[in-house]
Design a protein. Structure first.
Length: 411
């Protein structure tokens, strides 16, 4: 294999993508713990799986290799030593203290074969699964207090966030919310132990042990030399600086990083929920991220005078900034919901701006966002719609549900 990972644009022909099919973790959502697990509603598992299968098959029909996170992780845990270390790390990051319960849960998980163990970790371990005779602590006995030893991981089908491929390297991300922090551990093990990746010497631009968060939904590869990263509810400015410095000091292709500040709210979770690239000169945008004069705060980060400093220029006009960095005379920003005061925010809430480009001018979208989809078609974009009644309940669209590993370079 030439490159296990390679992404130099948002729109180059997608060749390999990483997905996770929703599973039993969705069934472990309850109204009482929705906020803790970052959901607003409870999807119906049989339908969300059918919808996800349609999404995956749509990718395959377009000659895209689909890899599943659980398959790669299962293949990465190819020895008992690695498997045991993974369980130890999962329990540690789940804040299971090293007492009797740590060893009981570890023993329980290791009693499964590797694929079933991974499914169990993702689904969550309930207290009532462990034999009562093995429980020695009060919190273990009180199942009504909180029913899980290990929280379920229902957000995992948004594979975009735990990592991001930039060029021939990878950011293994520090997730902001406790409910999602274990997800990037999966990527860490895959990169280090899976035969497809472990001998590729993949540079790591950002690591999950950093103190401040960075999430993949905020990272957009606009071109081979320009990255955009959202300063958002989930990604911190200090992380963007660290990412930018690592890029500038360890490769020669990326010359600048646009740090784009967006409102820090649940509706505007990541940059890709309000702004995505769909062609060489076309973008979707949710108009509300700009003020009444069409302005917003954008910071252009470049290499400073030494390896520890950055040159930072402040911009306020997104359209003009994009023209400048992409060296284009014209750029079209297509507003979500046509910019309508009702359709715009409604379709943005259902990820109308969260498109997945699979080739220049060719995108996958949710079928429910019919106003935006029609507007995209009127502006020359080929739109492939997928069903979304249950997938959209997790607050993420086709881009959120996919982690591109390989894209063809633009000519």
């Amino acid at each position: 294999m030439k490159n296990a990972v390679n992404v130099t644009s948002e729109i180059g022909k997608l060749q390999t993508v990483l997905l996770h099919r929703p599973g039993e973790e969705v069934e472990n959502l309850t109204p009482e713990y929705l906020q803790r697990l970052l959901f607003d509603d409870i999807p119906y598992l049989p339908i969300i799986q059918k919808e996800h299968d349609v999404f995956a098959e749509t990718l395959r029909e377009n000659e895209i290799e689909v890899l599943y996170l659980t398959d790669l992780l299962s293949e990465a845990l190819h020895s008992e030593e690695i498997k045991e270390q993974f369980v130890h790390d999962i329990l540690t990051e789940s804040k299971i203290s090293v007492d009797d319960s740590f060893y009981v849960i570890s023993e329980y998980l290791l009693s499964f074969d590797t694929p079933e163990m991974i499914k169990k970790i993702i689904a969550g371990v309930r207290k009532d699964e462990i034999e009562h005779i093995k429980k020695k602590h009060l919190y273990e006995i009180l199942t009504s207090h909180y029913p899980f030893y290990l929280d379920p991981m229902p957000n995992l089908y948004f594979t975009r966030d735990p990592a991001a491929v930039v060029g021939n390297g990878l950011a293994i991300n520090k997730m902001r919310e406790p409910a999602r922090q274990r997800e990037s551990l999966f990527i860490d093990y895959i990169v280090n132990y899976h035969p497809r990746f472990k001998n590729q010497e993949i540079p790591i631009w950002f690591n999950r042990d950093f103190d401040y968060p960075l999430e993949g939904g905020d990272v957009l590869v606009l071109s081979k030399d320009t990255i955009a990263i959202g300063i958002s509810a989930r990604t911190a400015a200090k992380s963007i600086e660290r990412f930018a410095l690592n890029l500038f000091n360890n490769q020669n292709s990326v010359k600048r990083v646009l740090a784009v500040e967006i409102p820090k709210s649940r509706a505007y979770m990541h940059l890709d929920t309000v702004f995505t690239m769909i062609d060489v000169d076309k973008f979707t945008i949710h108009s509300a991220i700009q003020d009444s004069n069409g302005e917003m705060d954008i910071y252009v980060l470049g290499q400073g005078s030494d390896p520890e400093t950055l040159n930072i220029a402040h911009k306020t006009n997104l359209l003009e900034t994009l023209k400048e960095v992409l060296e284009l005379k014209e750029i079209l920003l297509i507003p979500c919901g046509g910019g309508d005061i009702i359709a715009g925010p409604r379709e943005q809430w259902n990820d109308g701006s969260n498109t997945l480009a699979i080739a220049p001018g060719k995108v996958i979208t949710y079928n429910r966002n019919y106003v935006t989809n029609q507007l995209l078609r009127e502006n020359g974009i080929e739109v492939i719609e997928v069903p979304s009644s249950e997938l959209s309940r997790g607050r993420g669209g086709p881009r959120c549900m996919s982690m591109p590993l390989v894209r063809k370079d633009l000519e």
